[in-house]
Design a protein around this ligand. Structure first.
Ligand SMILES: Nc1ncnc2c1ncn2[C@@H]1O[C@H](COP(=O)(O)OP(=O)(O)OP(=O)(O)O)[C@@H](O)[C@H]1O
Length: 673
């Protein structure tokens, strides 16, 4: 069936028509409360994902409505025949046939609706995941992972409810409603007017209330996002949480979010609790009116009993679709709240879609464009300045405030004031672990790199050193084009990064992040992430290159040796060398290595140095070094502080000329004090 992603055309790049239409198809309008909303027009393409099937379902629905409408007429005929004492068998058989066929049609329709609903969820999930995985890195820095996960997992399921909880049945029901109204007018116009007045009053009340459901359910979904984010955070740092004895505190923080989701869910329940009795009241009120007035009219001889019974059956048929309509209204409003959160992500331009390339894209073949500019350095930073975008800085600041708050809670609770501390955490907005939507205050985005210049010549090794926060990792992030410089330029093989296709650029770079993630699974699975088609010989060779031959020989499983969740079965040094091996397997001409900050023991440190020497052969390498011992013999060392270059040169030159470097060297026992 039609599993084609809805609107997939816009997934591949920025859809300018969306921008022009702004509030409607562009970034959905955002309420003050922070919960985004979608419009029905945005919902429609999701529902129409498989038009032929939907048309079939509607046809079945209309068919079963016609069957229902026929039933009172047949009953009317039957009563007429009973009154004169001659019952024709065909009337009974047709009536039974209509009831049985109606039941079968209902079953088929139910299954098809569920199936269509599931495929809507599938399509939306595909579209959302395709978008999520292509968002700029800045979006991940500014958002909570758990909240993004909940948009894929939970918000998408809300779209299914629109179909399965009444929209299509309401369309079929509309036919029943109109047919019943006409039949009732024909049977007794006076009785109809009385009944209709009761129903219209109830209808107006319900429509008014259901508008509020949209807002309430968007807020509820937002809370579910908060909850998922908290759970994700607690689970991903479970070791730290255990080590600090913080399980109960984390549990309470998650619980505060769970209670928030519960309370918003109750808001929705309160509104629907009003709608349900109103619908019941419409039914009962109309029935009482019909019985009272109808009884009088039968007594007066203005209405036959057969017609009164048929009228009452039609009354039920008129009101039943209203129930479906109310259900559909609630489901649509709930879905619009969820869709707003989905469309908020879909509307974000993908990484690279905002690029303006003045020069034609450079073709990089072989090691960093060696044919195009053989004399150009492999990498060149030219007066590069950079500050993080404001929303990223704000998110980071919120995270830091939350961390500080958690620390306070930890301290207070260890002094016995846990209850008081936790109450404060739940009610203080700062305790939101990552207030992406709430905190809109302006923040300063300081310069993280300020006029940084250096060059890595081909085949050489350059080290970036400097105190924590001096901007070393940021420099590598710019080289990977996770962000672009706000001033100056970076060149690869003489070509400005902004005129290189991102995929091509990244294929030239092997990037080993600080504390690079190791996946649960085998050595082989981890290595193949770098190059899926690598054979066992290549895998083993690259492991030996980074001095992991021991790990390989340790067990008969060899490449199938399991490394445990996040590589816990390996030492810190082994984990980092495995990450380097993974990067090397794709044979990148340039290796970027953000050395782990965690201390390595002497043996591991020596293995790391050897590995670095081996992998540097025939490669251009930039190493961020936290331990000078690993980089003293680099071709060039660049010393950074507060985003500025304090000095560049070889180890001994820097010891003489840069006091900060001398201090670092003394501190790390490379020099006598
Ligand atoms: N994603 C981010 N969002 C906002 N600010 C950031 C982000 N990443 C880093 N910073 C800030 O930029 C500055 C430089 O950080 P960076 O991580 O580049 O330093 P570093 O020298 O690599 O530090 P370390 O040695 O501790 O890894 C710091 O002030 C840091 O707070």
């Amino acid at each position: 069936m039609g599993d084609k992603p809805v609107g997939s055309a816009s997934v591949g790049g920025e859809d300018t028509s969306q921008k022009k239409r702004g509030g409607f198809l562009g970034r959905p309008p955002r309420k003050e409360s922070g919960a985004p909303r979608a419009t029905f027009k945005q919902l429609l393409p999701h529902l129409l994902v498989n038009k032929p099937l939907l048309a079939g379902i509607i046809a079945i629905s209309i068919f079963s409505s016609a069957l229902s409408l026929a039933q009172p007429l047949l009953v009317n005929v039957l009563i007429g025949q009973v009154e004169v004492g001659t019952i024709a068998a065909w009337v009974v058989w047709v009536l039974v046939g209509a009831v049985v066929l109606g039941a079968i049609a209902n079953g088929v329709q139910h299954f098809l609706l569920q199936r269509t609903g599931e495929s809507i969820v599938l399509n939306t999930r595909r579209r959302l995941v395709a978008k999520l995985l292509r968002l700029p890195v800045a979006e991940f820095d500014a958002r909570r992972t758990g909240d993004l996960v909940s948009r894929v997992g939970s918000d998408t399921t809300m779209l299914r409810a629109v179909l399965t909880q009444g929209l299509v049945e309401a369309i079929g029901g509309a036919l029943t409603f109109i047919g019943a109204v006409i039949a009732m007018i024909v049977l007794d116009g006076v009785l109809f007017l009385i009944t209709f007045a009761v129903v219209v009053v109830a209808l107006l009340l319900v429509v008014g209330m259901s508008m509020r459901i949209r807002e309430a359910s968007a807020a509820a979904q937002q809370k579910v996002g908060d909850l998922t984010a908290s759970v994700e955070r607690a689970i991903s740092s479970v070791r730290t949480v255990r080590a600090f004895g913080a399980t109960e505190r984390e549990e309470r923080l998650v619980d505060a979010d769970a209670v928030g989701a519960y309370e918003r869910g109750l808001d929705v329940a309160r509104i629907s609790a009003f709608i349900v009795p109103v619908a019941g009241f419409a039914m009962q009120g109309a029935l009482i009116a019909v019985l009272g007035v109808g009884g009088l009219r039968v007594a007066a001889g203005d209405l036959s009993i057969a017609n009164l019974i048929a009228f009452i059956m039609f009354l039920f048929m008129m009101i039943m679709p209203l129930g479906l309509f109310f259900g559909a209204l609630t489901a649509v409003n709930t879905a619009l709240g969820a869709l707003g959160r989905i469309e908020e992500i879909i509307a974000i331009p993908e990484e690279g879609s905002g690029d303006r390339t003045e020069a034609p894209l450079a073709v990089l073949e072989g090691p960093a464009n060696e044919h195009a500019a053989p004399d150009a350095p492999a990498v060149e930073f030219d007066a590069v300045s950079f500050h993080y975008p404001e929303n990223v800085v704000r998110a980071r600041a919120a995270r830091e405030r939350a961390a500080a708050r958690l620390e306070t809670i930890r301290r207070e609770s260890s002094r016995g004031g846990m209850a008081a501390a936790m109450t404060g955490a739940a009610s203080d907005p700062d305790a939101r672990l990552f207030a992406e939507d709430g905190a809109q205050a302006r923040v300063e985005a300081p310069l993280v790199l300020d006029g940084v210049s250096f060059a890595l010549r081909r085949g050489e090794r350059l080290a970036l050193v400097g105190p924590s926060g001096s901007g070393k990792s940021t420099a590598l992030a710019l080289l990977e084009r996770f962000y672009d410089p706000t001033g100056g330029s970076i060149r690869l093989g003489g070509v400005d990064l902004r005129s290189i296709d991102r995929q091509q650029l990244r294929a030239q770079l092997g990037y080993v992040q600080q504390d690079a993630p190791i996946l649960a699974g085998s050595l082989r699975e981890n290595l193949l992430l770098g190059r899926p088609d690598a054979d066992d010989v290549a895998c083993e060779q690259v492991l030996r290159e980074v001095n992991l031959g021991d790990v390989l020989d340790r067990s008969d499983d060899r490449l199938d040796t399991q490394v445990g969740e996040s590589g816990v079965m390996l030492s810190g040094g082994e984990r980092q060398r495995l990450a380097i091996a993974r990067a090397l397997l794709s044979a990148p001409p340039i290796l970027l290595l953000d050395e782990s900050t965690s201390a390595l023991d002497g043996a591991n440190e020596r293995l790391m140095r050897d590995a670095l020497d081996k992998v540097s052969e025939g490669r251009s390498v930039i190493v961020i070094a936290h331990r000078l011992s690993t980089v003293v013999d680099s071709d060039e060392i660049v010393v950074l502080e507060h985003g500025q270059v304090l000095g560049r040169g070889k180890h001994l030159e820097l010891v003489d000329t840069v006091p900060l470097y001398r201090e670092l060297a003394q501190h790390q026992l490379l020099l006598p004090r």
